[in-house]
Write a protein that binds this ligand. Structure first.
Ligand SMILES: Cc1cc2nc3c(=O)[nH]c(=O)nc-3n(C[C@H](O)[C@H](O)[C@H](O)COP(=O)(O)O)c2cc1C
Length: 365
């Protein structure tokens, strides 16, 4: 079928194509294939002779691809970035286009968001958000969950956005949150020959790579100067980070106003190389992103156990966060953040109503 379609297209276009080799038909694609390696502009025009129309078309295509950032020019910052990227990225162009392409989104403001979400809902009604067994005659009812200390903390965890704007949080509480998410608590021998000892943390990590580093943006943490700090997961310590000094939280987190009063934010920053150096299939990018969730949940549960208000977010203003945390935007990426603070009010601000002791909660924040 595919070959028949190729031949039909070739007849329609009155072109010759080799049976097994796709021929680039668009000039831009042909150019991109030719530009896989560094080229001199003169070489690209060499085959065109004095054909003014062809030269003009090539020049226009080249310039528009340069303007769009698809073609990089040697000895520019973009070229240097490209070369540094090629040193460690093992997951192909598709994964790179997706990952780097989704960064720095335009965040909708609350006034806009409501309208957009309402319009979406009108156009595409939401699908059921869980699968029910109530009609299933082959259903096996499970024993009720064990009502122990772990369940009580896990059930009590809610995203709470009501941060007390004046209160500080104790350093020990923030330290516990960092520890639960990121601390190295042991080592094991890697299963690959020559791999040596690998770290163990309280969150699992594919292949023992532990690609995340934790950064603390402290605004009101007792005993800590406001600033950005890197968490030492081996020493359970902090060192100051020489970022751009931005400490206003909302602009870093998609302009979400409710984060403005957070006393601290923990950022989880992926170091691609740690995972890519062991796993070269792009599935490893999926694994790396999953790991942020594991760490985040541990931080959230610890914060909940201490009675803090805590909310996670993936709405990171990448460029601003990279500047605040002094990150290398090629090799590192801030993936997830958790805002922390004292609860503004003792009542549950998330509006959750429980259904039954063992059932799913009815409504989230
Ligand atoms: C990956 C992820 C990203 C989230 N991003 C945001 C966010 O940007 N802003 C926010 O207020 N809450 C955010 N949340 C919190 C969810 O809104 C919240 O988990 C959900 O409403 C359910 O409430 P619960 O956390 O109390 O169970 C995020 C949660 C997850 C897991």
């Amino acid at each position: 079928m595919k070959e028949a379609a190729r031949q039909q297209i070739a007849r329609l276009g009155a072109i010759d194509i080799e049976p097994a080799r796709p021929a680039p038909t668009a000039p831009a694609l042909a150019l991109l294939l030719a530009l896989d390696a560094w080229s001199e502009p003169e070489d690209l025009f060499a085959g065109l002779g004095r054909d003014a129309d062809a030269r003009a078309a090539l020049a226009r295509t080249l310039v528009s691809l340069i303007d769009a950032g698809v073609i990089v020019v040697a000895e520019t910052p973009e070229a240097a970035q490209d070369e540094r990227f090629a040193e460690f990225w093992r997951w192909g162009a598709g994964a790179a286009h997706w990952f780097f392409g989704q960064k720095n989104p335009r965040f909708l403001q609350p006034e806009e968001l409501e309208g957009v979400l309402a319009a979406q809902l009108a156009a595409h009604p939401a699908p059921p958000l869980f699968v029910r067994h109530d009609e299933r005659r082959d259903r096996i009812d499970l024993p009720p969950p064990t009502d122990d200390a772990f369940l009580q903390i896990a059930r009590a965890r809610r995203s709470s956005r009501a941060f007390d704007p004046g209160a500080a949080v104790p350093a020990g509480v923030v330290a516990d949150c960092l520890h639960a998410g990121l601390a190295i608590v042991g080592v094991f021998d890697g299963s690959v020959a020559g791999e040596g000892e690998l770290p163990l943390a309280m969150a699992p990590s594919g292949g023992g790579r532990h690609p995340y580093e934790g950064f603390l943006l402290a605004r009101r943490v007792d005993g800590l100067e406001p600033g950005v700090y890197h968490y030492g997961s081996a020493e359970h310590s902090l060192v100051p980070v020489d970022g751009d000094g931005a400490l206003d939280v909302a602009p870093l987190l998609g302009d979400q106003a409710w984060f403005a009063d957070a006393a601290a934010v923990i950022f989880l920053v992926a170091h691609f190389e740690r995972t890519a150096s062991k796993y070269t299939h792009p599935n490893a990018l999926r694994v790396l992103l999953i790991e942020a969730g594991h760490i985040g949940q541990n931080v959230l549960l610890r914060a909940c156990a201490h009675g803090l208000a805590a909310t996670p977010t993936g709405a990171l203003a990448d460029r601003r966060v990279e500047a605040a945390l002094a990150l290398d935007p090629v090799r590192q990426a801030a993936v997830y953040a958790i805002g922390l603070g004292r609860r503004a009010a003792p009542s549950d601000p998330s509006g959750v109503r429980a259904t039954r002791a063992s059932g799913p909660a009815r409504r989230g924040g």
